[in-house]
Each structure stands twice: as C-alpha cells, then as structure tokens.
Design a binder for this molecule. Structure first.
Ligand SMILES: NC(=O)c1ccc[n+]([C@@H]2O[C@H](COP(=O)([O-])OP(=O)(O)OC[C@H]3O[C@@H](n4cnc5c(N)ncnc54)[C@H](OP(=O)(O)O)[C@@H]3O)[C@@H](O)[C@H]2O)c1
Length: 307
C-alpha cells in the first residue's frame, strides 16, 4: 500500500467506503467484517462512512466491527452530517446548528470513537454555508470531537463555495474514468491548501464484465442504483469495455490506477462487499498506466461524449 499526506494524517491512497450494500441489513455482518479486516490486512487505514448511509445502518455496523479491532485508534475514520434518514427511509437535509452537533455526537457513539478524524457536511446547499454552520463545526473542533472538517459534494457551485469560504480542511468529490473533467477541480482545490478525497473512485464499476453479466440480488441492487443515479454512465460504460481485455489487470484495477495517477488526491474511496475485490484493488497501488493506455482511456471518454 502507498500512503499520502492528508493534513496531519498519513492515509492509504485507497480508502474503504463503508456504505451502500455493505451496510445493508440484508448483507451479512460477518461478510461486512471480512471486507474491513481484509482491507486492514492490505494496509488500508482510512475508512469512510455517513450517518445516512445504508438506510442509517452503516455507522452502527462499522462501530461494531471497529470494536473487534485492537488498534482501531490508529485508523483514520470519517463520517458525515446533514443528511438524515426520515420516514419510510426518505432522506432529508438538516444542516442546522443543533443537528450538526447532535449528529456528530450520535456518530461518535455509534462508531465507538472519541473523535472523528474528518467530519463532512453531506451534500449541503448554498444556504447551508452560513455562520451557524461554521460555528457548529468550530465548536466541535474546539471540543476535540472532530479533527478536520470538510464538504462532500459533486456540485461545481458548492465546491466553489467550499473553497471560497476558507472554512474547510478537506473536499470529498467524485473522480473516475467517467469524470475526467474533475481533474481541474482536484488540482485547483489542492493548490488552495485543502486536501482532496475522491468518492466513488470506480465509477460504480459499471464497465466491469462480471458486474454486467452476473445476475445476483446485489448486482440487481447496484444496477437499479446506477439506473436511478447514473443513467448516463450506464450507457457510457460500453465504451470502456476494452478495460476488460487487459492481459494482466482487471477492469476495476485499471480504472482505479487511472484515479491514483492523480497526485492531487490524498485517498480514493472504493466500495465493495467482497474481500477478494478489496485485495485486488489494494494491489493496484503502484500500477502506472502507460501513455498509450491513458490515450485509450481518453479516446473512450471522447467516444462516450465525456469531455
Ligand atoms: N458514489 C457516491 O455517490 C458517493 C458519494 C459520497 C461518498 N462516497 C464514498 O465513496 C465510496 C465508494 O463509492 P461507491 O461504493 O458508491 O462506488 P464505487 O467504489 O465506485 O463502486 C462500487 C462497486 O464496485 C464494485 N467493485 C469493487 N471492486 C470490484 C472489483 N475488484 N471487481 C469488480 N467489481 C468491483 C462493487 O461490487 P462488489 O461489492 O461486488 O465488490 C460495487 O458494485 C462510498 O462507499 C462512500 O464512502 C460515494
């Protein structure tokens, strides 16, 4: 594993996203724990989750798993506030001063830690950038409940506000083979002295043949999620089919190597329900894509209408 600087932390350049199917009640906790343990065995020391992830179950689950890990204090753990699971599992936003503080305390209790390494505002809107929000975050920092504060957003305007506010240490945004336009966002943010975490580094692995050809409840769940959230990417994915034809590496490894080649980011988060997949992804560290292969990816991006 390779490590990069994230303000005062040394984090693995591949981080584990503890979210989505991984945290769902109908995915066994024993398997979820195996994924985390395999990640740690591979040198991954950064785990990300969120108060609303997996219908609100992800933090509880990660907390129970962290309890079994003797050196869990050495891990970098981030969570998010501001998106709440409401009635019938509907997500609602609440970035009020009270809820930021309440949600942070709840995350600490669920995760069984005294301090969150990073607390992100989870998808804030323009009006959430205000003095009350900044004060709530400053109070949490002052009380030692959080070490760093950040914003998780894929929206260019919100990212700009995050940078302009001068209030945040870290930006979490998306970057993957489907999103080359984010390269500029990453470098601009880094130049301002903020750290960058990449979310969804595999682009949901939508180009991966095993995913496309293996019908299981899990894959159906991911397919429906992609249909709901990333319909354009489902169509674009066929242009990246060549990633499955590499003689040495899996498509997901190549897609992750593409992301890791970017030096502006501190860590790229991947989500998985499979210890084997995590092991494959961790083995991607140090894989350098040739100039020719990068051009092939750029051509696929152009053919898919991505610029
Ligand atoms: N995507 C977002 O909107 C978003 C937003 C905010 C934060 N994040 C953070 O980013 C993390 C990662 O994002 P994500 O989980 O949405 O997407 P992702 O990591 O881009 O993709 C996850 C998908 O990739 C598959 N996969 C992983 N390794 C594979 C391998 N070696 N071979 C084939 N398939 C593989 C997984 O299936 P298996 O389970 O079968 O491995 C799963 O279907 C989240 O957990 C979260 O911490 C994401």
């Amino acid at each position: 594993m390779n490590y990069r600087q994230l303000v005062q932390y040394r984090v693995s350049e591949v981080g584990l996203g503890c979210a989505s199917y991984w945290g769902k009640k109908y995915f066994s906790e024993r398997q979820a724990a195996q994924v985390v343990h395999r990640a740690l065995d591979q040198g991954i020391n950064y785990l990300d989750t969120g108060a609303s992830y997996s219908g609100g179950h992800a933090e509880h689950r990660l907390g129970r798993i962290l309890k079994q890990i003797s050196n869990n204090k050495s891990l970098v753990v981030s969570s998010k506030v501001g998106t709440e699971v409401g009635h019938f599992g509907r997500l609602r936003k609440d970035f009020s001063w009270q809820n930021i503080r309440y949600s942070c305390e709840r995350s600490l209790a669920r995760l069984g830690v005294e301090q969150l390494s990073i607390l992100f505002l989870h998808g804030p809107n323009v009006e959430d950038f205000n003095e009350d929000t900044y004060q709530a975050l400053a109070d949490l920092k002052q009380a030692g409940k959080v070490s760093l504060v950040g914003v998780n957003s894929f929206n260019p305007h919100i990212i700009q506000l995050t940078r302009d506010s001068g209030q945040f240490d870290v930006l979490m945004t998306d970057f993957n083979v489907f999103k080359p336009q984010q390269i500029k966002t990453l470098s601009n943010t880094r130049e301002l002295g903020m750290a960058v975490i990449v979310a969804g580094a595999l682009g949901g692995a939508l180009y991966s043949r095993p995913w496309r050809h293996n019908l299981s409840i899990k894959n159906l769940w991911y397919g429906l999620r992609a249909f709901k959230n990333n319909r354009a990417q489902l169509n674009q994915a066929e242009h990246f089919d060549f990633l499955n034809k590499h003689p040495k590496y899996q498509a997901t490894q190549l897609a992750l190597a593409y992301v890791l080649q970017n030096k502006s980011l501190s860590s790229a988060l991947v989500g998985s329900t499979s210890p084997q997949h995590i092991q494959q992804l961790a083995a991607t560290c140090g894989v350098m894509l040739s100039r020719e292969y990068l051009i092939k990816i750029q051509q696929a991006q152009q053919n898919a209408g991505i610029s």
